[in-house]
Design a binder for this molecule. Structure first.
Ligand code: NAP
Length: 316
């Protein structure tokens, strides 16, 4: 069977996960994959499909017969930054149920940690102190999810399943059973006013860049908690630090940052109210993601409409 030539382009050292992708995509397609791992791409003319994650600028313009660009992450901001990104080639993203599940685990773990006052109990144990913290009923801890897409919907449904009053905010109207859905600029203030734990799972677009600033944080109730597992570019760091220092926010868990890796001198590292993780909320898993890529390659070859496509104008 003729192998399909696929380029695997990532800035990750050591070729990233190319070996697993070659195996898993081959299995999902039912035919061999001739994986060309950047920068060793061989004859660029052979390649029709590119798998990309933080590709070096201009790399995707190197393939004259490219017909499909696949983002190996669920975010596509890394692709749209490339000034030489070929204009007329469709972009799709992976749809990875495994990654979606990990994102929900992350949000729920850090929300429950805050909700059940675990940091206070850890401190009490260190002090050999038997001290019971104030009880907050789950029914009184309101979760607000910014972004009700593939990930936000799963996160919202799982919080609802745990008994938390859950709301969400999106660009266009959404309708999710049991979840209070808000949308657009007009819906933002009401959404924020009813949120005790804010979970950011928006894409990074021109509209969302820098939107989590002092004004927005000031609309959350006093004592609110913030979890960012989306993109650091949403946040004005100085404003978030000011909201934590003033006591308006009770704490934050941050997985993503304006600059990654987070520089050693950054105040987040040592801030007593901040938990830092190194962009690990959701890892793309070829085992769970390859089927969606194979599906789109089959559709491309059969001339059928692609799925999980990106709206370049909207930026996601
Ligand atoms: N930390 C990690 O490890 C990690 C891993 C994976 C993904 N992520 C991040 O998570 C993001 C979300 O992923 P996803 O798959 O859930 O995205 P998605 O399916 O594209 O959904 C995006 C959601 O955000 C909403 N939205 C977009 N622009 C908006 C705006 N200006 N105002 C209000 N709402 C807006 C969309 O509204 P509509 O419903 O109206 O379209 C949609 O509900 C990714 O873009 C990526 O940045 C992070």
């Amino acid at each position: 069977m003729t192998p399909i030539a696929v380029a695997y382009i990532t800035a990750a050292q050591g070729g990233g996960d190319s070996e697993r992708w070659t195996r898993m995509l081959g299995e999902a397609l039912g035919r061999p994959v001739d994986m060309r791992v950047w920068p060793n791409i061989g004859r660029a003319e052979d390649v029709t499909v590119a798998l990309a994650w933080k590709a070096p600028g201009g790399a995707l313009a190197r393939f004259p017969n490219l017909r499909l660009i696949v983002s190996l992450g669920m975010g596509v901001d890394h692709l749209l930054l490339d000034a030489k990104l070929p204009a007329d080639i469709p972009i799709v993203r992976i749809m990875d149920e495994g990654l979606i599940g990990q994102m929900s685990e992350y949000a729920i773990y850090y929300a429950l940690r805050h909700h059940r006052a675990i940091p206070a109990y850890e401190a009490s144990q260190r002090a050999r102190q038997w001290k019971v913290e104030d009880f907050v009923d789950t029914a009184d801890r309101r979760i607000g999810i910014m972004g009700l897409g593939a990930i936000g919907t799963d996160v919202a449904r799982k919080f609802l399943g745990l008994g938390f009053p859950t709301s969400g905010w999106s660009r266009t109207p959404r309708n999710l059973v049991g979840i209070a859905c808000h949308h657009g600029a007009a819906g933002l203030d009401a959404f924020l006013a009813g949120t005790d734990i804010l979970v950011d799972v928006l894409p990074l677009t021109p509209e969302t860049t820098g939107m989590i600033d002092g004004r927005l944080l000031g609309k959350l109730p006093k004592g609110a908690y913030f979890i960012n597992m989306a993109r650091g570019g949403h946040v004005v760091d100085a404003d978030l630090l000011a909201a934590l220092d003033s006591g308006h926010l009770s704490g934050a868990t941050l997985d993503v940052f304006n600059e990654e890796p987070l520089p050693g001198s950054h105040p987040y590292w040592t801030h007593p109210k901040v938990l830092v993780t190194p962009h690990i909320a959701g890892e793309t898993n070829p085992r769970t993601a390859a089927a969606s890529v194979a599906d789109n390659i089959r559709r491309l070859e059969a001339g059928q409409p692609l799925i999980h496509t990106i709206d370049r104008a909207a930026g996601y």
